[in-house]
Write a protein that binds this ligand. Structure first.
Ligand SMILES: NC(=O)C1=CN([C@@H]2O[C@H](COP(=O)(O)OP(=O)(O)OC[C@H]3O[C@@H](n4cnc5c(N)ncnc54)[C@H](OP(=O)(O)O)[C@@H]3O)[C@@H](O)[C@H]2O)C=CC1
Ligand SMILES: CC(=O)[C@@H](O)[C@H](O)COP(=O)(O)O
Ligand SMILES: [Mn+2]
Length: 389
């Protein structure tokens, strides 16, 4: 039993998704350590109701306002749970007294405003929603400093780096190395990827995740987003971030220090560990998750990413170097591109063309405010829709 763990009250945004349901599994496996105050979903209202019956939160939020009625009816016999609906409710509910940590496990740009609201209300953030830092990394990190809250990474690579940095506060980092699985199309040429299908792209070799991030992993946009996420989480220069392909997803990322020493964090590809680390931080809570054995993985391999076959990686590095609202344009264009690919309206390679087209068309702003970023997001979505016609 880990000593002196103060019970933490959680708001779980996106509780019905891949990260959200695994976070609830962590909570189940740590009885007495966490209390769930808020749960949220966008459309999966029946699952949200089942979760609410089990965890008895003070509030649930259903994003799609047309589904408020069924949720209210289903939870009519549970008066301690307030039923809210819509994006504004999400940004309000996270500010309520008593919440210690907000887990942002919702997908895409929708994570930005609730995260801003939660930080302003003094809540610690367990950040799964990498899009928040891609869109508004500078703004979020300055809000985090201003309000003295913790920004705890959930993304596996960033959790690995965060764990490697514990105890190294006085030691300068030379660089970090983010590992990438390479996705289902590793080793294929640009031409070979023209004909890949949605079903093939949705088959990640190592991780079971939501559809959007799975497509991002296949196109290497996920690694591009993670590069930008790392810059802001760890205060790095653009030159301090490297990517290496590691198909087994066992070495979750590495830090190289000024003396050349490398530290890595290893483990099986299971998001419950980084989720639990973020929620339990600074403590490591004992658990019974399956353990990694080198004997099961006698060969851990590493190779350079193929930047010609996967142009998204360079598009993301380029947007990071440009700064300003460029990463916000990259993100919005990519969200539209992935949605179009998932409804089979564009091919796999066209996703990168759409992102490049938006980066070339949407006006650049060097020092965007939050309002500017919201406008950039909307403008990019309009530009992408025009390009898709
Ligand atoms: N899955 C993983 O292993 C990893 C995920 N991440 C990041 O975590 C985040 C979540 O990913 P993942 O769990 O895979 O995604 P999922 O698609 O599985 O889940 C997304 C969750 O967000 C909700 N949601 C969807 N759209 C909106 C919206 N517009 N407003 C509010 N809520 C919304 C969904 O509700 P509903 O179910 O009703 O649709 C669901 O609860 C992403 O940013 C991803 O990049 C990072 C590392 C690993
Ligand atoms: C589990 C996790 O953190 C994902 O972001 C994962 O890294 C995706 O794998 P890729 O390395 O294929 O993008
Ligand atoms: Mn990741």
């Amino acid at each position: 039993m880990t000593p002196d763990f103060t019970i933490k009250t959680l708001a779980l945004l996106g509780s019905t998704g891949s990260i959200g349901t695994q976070a609830l599994e962590v909570v189940r496996q740590q009885p007495g350590r966490f209390r769930v105050a808020v749960l949220s979903a966008q459309r999966q209202w029946e699952l949200l109701v089942r979760q609410a019956r089990e965890f008895r939160p003070a509030a649930v939020v259903i994003g799609d306002e047309s589904l408020r009625g069924p949720v209210q009816a289903a939870l009519a016999g549970q008066p301690e749970t307030e039923v809210l609906a819509g994006p504004a409710a999400l940004a309000e509910v996270v500010t309520r007294p008593g919440i210690d940590v907000v887990l942002t496990a919702l997908v895409g740009y929708a994570g930005l405003l609730p995260t801003v609201a939660a930080i302003r209300a003094g809540k610690d953030i367990a950040l799964a929603n990498k899009e928040t830092l891609v869109v508004a990394g500078e703004l979020i990190t300055s809000l985090v400093q201003q309000h003295g809250v913790r920004l705890l990474p959930v993304d596996s690579e960033h959790s690995a780096i965060f764990q490697c940095l514990v105890g190294e506060e006085l030691n300068p980092v030379e660089k970090i190395i983010l590992t990438a699985s390479g996705g289902p199309f590793r080793g294929r040429s640009a031409q070979q990827m023209e004909a890949v299908t949605k079903a093939q792209a949705l088959k990640h070799p190592n991780w079971e995740m939501g559809a959007k991030i799975t497509i991002d992993s296949a196109s290497l946009m996920n690694k591009g987003l993670e590069v930008i996420e790392a810059k802001w989480l760890f205060g790095l220069t653009n030159e301090q971030i490297d990517v290496v392909v590691h198909p087994q997803s066992i070495v979750h990322s590495l830090v190289q220090f000024a003396d050349g020493s490398l530290k890595a964090q290893l483990g099986l590809p299971d998001m419950k560990l980084p989720i639990q680390y973020a929620l339990g931080y600074p403590q490591r809570l004992a658990n019974t998750f399956p353990r990694f054995s080198f004997l099961d993985y006698p060969s851990l391999t590493f190779e350079a990413p193929d930047r010609a076959a996967f142009p998204n990686l360079e598009l993301a590095f380029g947007a990071m170097r440009r700064g300003g609202n460029a990463p916000c344009i990259l993100n919005a264009a990519n969200e539209i591109a992935v949605a179009a690919f998932l409804r089979e309206a564009v091919g796999f390679r066209q996703m990168s063309d759409l992102v490049a087209g938006c980066l070339a068309r949407v006006p650049y702003l060097a020092n965007p405010s939050l309002d500017d970023l919201m406008q950039t997001d909307a403008e990019t979505r309009r530009a992408a829709s025009v390009l898709l016609r």
